[in-house]
Design a protein around this ligand. Structure first.
Ligand code: GTP
Ligand code: SPV
Ligand code: MN
Length: 607
């Protein structure tokens, strides 16, 4: 088919006069050969039409309207359940600009390979064009994008996760810059061929062209592989933009903590995937008089304001949260958010009365339909929900959203927290001695692998600032960028940096620290350090809280466990040195001098 004959492609049918956008849409339609082209408007009518379509196709089921209003459960192909880091590429012009942590292919070669994959790949399907905005619509320089996709599930999820609709088209105007984000399931249908519930392709590419600010994704319909506003744009492409323009795009939650004196403190915290960001973002403090509100659970864009402070905004519009482990006691605010309805669940289990269930959720069931569509009983011996099953839900439904969550100004950050999932070695909370020491802490974050990506669960890997899978450029340049931002700032206005670990374990594998709402006790200590009122003990690794300095009133944990959670075991830390050494050797020649200096000083203090 030529453009003249693909229904919906006629520019007169388009809601925009943006010449570059219209030309790109025509080029992709001619390449991918969809049956029709449709411009997504994010309307309720579109939501109803596409959910009806996917119910008929068997991709999603409608949940019990009384229990989960306007909500659906999608179950994916068992081979398409998480981000695929081994198939994720940063195709910068020069290999050094992507390396050493990213997969790299020459951009010309990659474009040629993927163009052949895209040729005819939307046959039998509808090509949707989704204009979207990351961050508040009222920003001076709104960050726009357009995703082209042949997945209705992606259209529905993008409506939840990003700002879409006529206001975005208006912002695009006739010539405003936008990120081109091309996505295909890679599953064309021959004439009369029946579709499968979760079309995808065994060949997958999640490709970024950082200099061109472009994303090409092929073969997966899941999460960060397919909802291109999220990790692809807001972290990989945005981190490259931020490096060029002097700001930061980070894998961080944004939290507001309000003291009994009604003073508000904003924190940003980076933990690797499935290591507790959503839970901390929605924390329900257990200590009397303290309250928390949230601004974001996964991504923060931060830049210095005119007053010299670092301000953060959340580019997202929804939560794509890990389901297992979420419940009314661990995260009541997430539960209230999803219970409000309008939620797309993926790969959780379904109850006989059309509700959902996952491991860790309250309620016992003799029978379920598991995430793969099989009958499940407590004797099955397999998880009913996939460990990386997720809920996708509008942020506006969260009962503790901070009123300023949609403010383009952002919020001034008082503290930055880094953390990972470590059974040993890393204490509950450590304060950095300086900005540069904090950058060193972030640069050496280690964490046990989780189910959020393919790989062996439990293996420790270094994950700088929890950005290892999300860096759009060279990690050495990235760490230098962090150091430079601190050098050029007024140190007294910089956020203080802390390293936390909620996951330390005792001999019998039990968690030493109860975590979740009790983490407010750690946040209180952090606030008091910022105010200069709490004690900490100088150790070779930084300033560590003492049990006496933490508010442990009413805590259900043994004093011995708390002490062990805070212990700095010098032998364990000496044992870290070879693995940090190995990591820095891998980072290579671009490792900043400032980081090497911090490492030398740490080794000195440990010797
Ligand atoms: P992504 O969305 O993949 O980026 O993950 P995330 O960092 O938002 O992680 P999330 O908050 O969803 O938590 C992941 C898992 O860690 C869940 O199973 C939680 O129950 C568990 N978890 C979160 N906070 C704590 C904590 O303080 N202590 C313990 N023991 N587990 C926690
Ligand atoms: C993560 O893996 O860090 C996520 C989920 O937040 S995804 O959007 O799939 O990247
Ligand atoms: Mn994440």
């Amino acid at each position: 088919m030529t453009s003249a004959t693909i229904p919906g492609l006629d520019p007169d049918n388009a809601p925009t006069r943006h010449a570059e956008l219209l030309a790109w849409v025509a080029e992709i339609a001619e390449l991918t050969q969809p049956d029709r082209v449709e411009w997504s408007d994010g309307s309720d009518e579109e939501w109803t039409r596409l959910t009806d379509h996917l119910v008929a196709a068997g991709t999603i089921v409608k949940l019990n309207e009384e229990k989960k209003p306007n909500s659906y459960l999608a179950t994916s192909d068992p081979a398409d359940v998480a981000r695929v880091e081994s198939r994720t590429y940063i195709c910068s012009k020069n290999e050094i600009d992507a390396g050493p942590t990213n997969n790299w292919v020459d951009p010309t070669e990659m474009r040629a390979t993927m163009t052949e994959l895209y040729r005819g790949c939307m046959r039998g399907r509808t090509m949707y064009v989704i204009p979207f905005c990351m961050g508040p619509l009222g920003a001076d320089d709104p960050k726009l994008g357009v995703e082209i996709t042949d997945s209705e599930y992606v259209v529905l999820s993008m409506r939840i996760m990003t700002r879409v609709g006529p206001q975005v088209v208006e912002l695009l105007g006739e010539d405003r810059f936008f990120v081109k984000a091309l996505h295909s399931l890679g599953a064309p249908l021959a004439d009369g061929e029946a579709d499968v519930p979760w079309p995808c392709n065994t060949t997958k590419y999640i490709t970024h062209f950082p200099e061109d600010r472009e994303i090409w994704s092929f073969g997966s319909g899941y999460g960060g592989n397919a909802l291109l506003g999220k990790k692809c744009y807001s972290l990989r492409i945005a981190s490259a933009m931020a490096h060029d323009e002097g700001w930061l795009a980070e894998h961080m939650l944004i939290l507001k903590l309000i003291s009994p004196e009604e003073k508000a403190y904003y924190f940003a915290a980076a933990f690797p995937s499935a290591c507790g960001k959503t839970n901390l973002a929605m924390i329900q403090p257990t200590i009397p008089g303290w309250r928390a509100e949230t601004l974001g659970d996964d991504i923060a864009w931060m830049r210095f304001g005119d007053d010299g402070r670092l301000y953060a905004v959340n580019p997202e519009f929804g939560f794509f949260g890990v389901a297992p482990g979420t419940n009314w006691s661990s995260n009541p605010n997430a539960m209230k958010t999803v219970e409000a309805g309008n939620t797309m669940y993926t790969n959780v289990a379904r109850t006989d009365d059309g509700d959902i269930w996952w491991e860790g959720l309250e309620g016992e069931h003799d029978h379920l339909i598991d995430w793969q569509g099989n009958d499940w009983t407590p004797e099955s011996g397999t998880p009913a929900a996939h460990p990386n099953s997720r809920y996708c839900t509008p942020m506006s439904q969260c009962p503790i959203m901070a009123p300023e969550w949609d403010d383009p100004q952002g919020v001034p950050i008082s503290g930055i927290l880094f953390g990972g999932r470590r059974k040993t070695t890393v204490p509950l909370v450590t304060e950095a001695r300086s900005w540069q020491h904090g950058v060193f802490m972030g640069a050496t974050v280690g964490s046990e692998q989780t189910a959020a990506a393919e790989g062996t669960v439990g293996t420790i890997r270094r994950d700088p600032m929890a950005m290892l899978p999300f860096l759009g450029y060279n990690v050495g340049d990235y760490l230098q960028h962090w150091i430079d931002l601190g050098k050029n700032a007024d140190e007294s206005k910089l956020p203080k940096v802390f390293y936390v670990n909620w996951f330390r374990r005792g001999d019998d594998k039990r968690f030493l620290w109860p975590g979740f709402g009790e983490n407010s006790r750690v946040l209180k200590w952090i606030v008091e350090r910022i105010e200069g009122t709490a004690d900490g003990v100088e150790t070779p690794i930084g300033i560590v809280a003492t049990p006496e300095a933490l508010d442990l009133d009413g805590l259900d944990a043994s004093p011995a466990d708390v002490a062990e959670s805070l212990a700095v075991n010098l032998d364990e830390w000496r044992g870290e040195i070879p693995s940090i050494e190995e990591w820095f050797e891998f980072v290579g020649e671009k490792l900043p001098t400032g980081i090497a200096d911090e490492f030398a000083a740490l080794k000195q203090r440990l010797s």
